[in-house]
Write a protein that binds this ligand. Sequence first.
Ligand SMILES: [Zn+2]
Ligand SMILES: [Zn+2]
Length: 207
Amino acid sequence: MPNTDSEKKMTDDLKSCVEFHGHICPGLIYGYRVAKEAMKLMNLSRAVDEEVVAICENDSCAVDALQVILGTVAGKGNLIIKDFGKNAYTVLSRSKRKAYRFSRKTHYDYTGKAKKEFDRLDAAVAAGTASEDDRRNLKRLKVDDLLARPFAEIFTTTEVPFDEPLYAPLAPSEPCAICGEMTMATKMMKLSDGRQVCIPCSEKSRK
Ligand SMILES: [Zn+2]
Ligand SMILES: [Zn+2]
């Protein structure tokens, strides 16, 4: 049963993100808002192949919403994770030859009654004294806030030079000379005796 404002108001595409990710959380909402904004700015639809590329500067929950909404997914080569621990994302369109970078600019910003509750919960979580309910309520406040605020209050948007990323490499596979498992030729390492081996085998043979 929906039990919060945000869950009642959830759009179908947000529901799909929650289903894929497993739970609703502030991180997922960051990714959701960024994906929707990128679609609006560049008039994108979900990538069937690699026509949209996302570069995520973290490996958090947000990445999952980008995968669902933009079709920039782990197995297709159009999701690039540079784990700098930054709440920032660049979305590129190959057909439009455009790219935008979105970067989180603020902390949560509450006023009045909500602020008091937010500060209390935030302090309790920071001090390690928060109950299960406190944690859930803080998460809900954050999710509601991130869904309700105008995008420009949460993220700065900058058009960046379109620097086309390479397409995902396609390469034939060859058996590794040590373990015999099929390995992409471009990922194989050459041992000093000239044998071509997979990365785990090359690391073991160096020990
Ligand atoms: Zn999450
Ligand atoms: Zn091997």
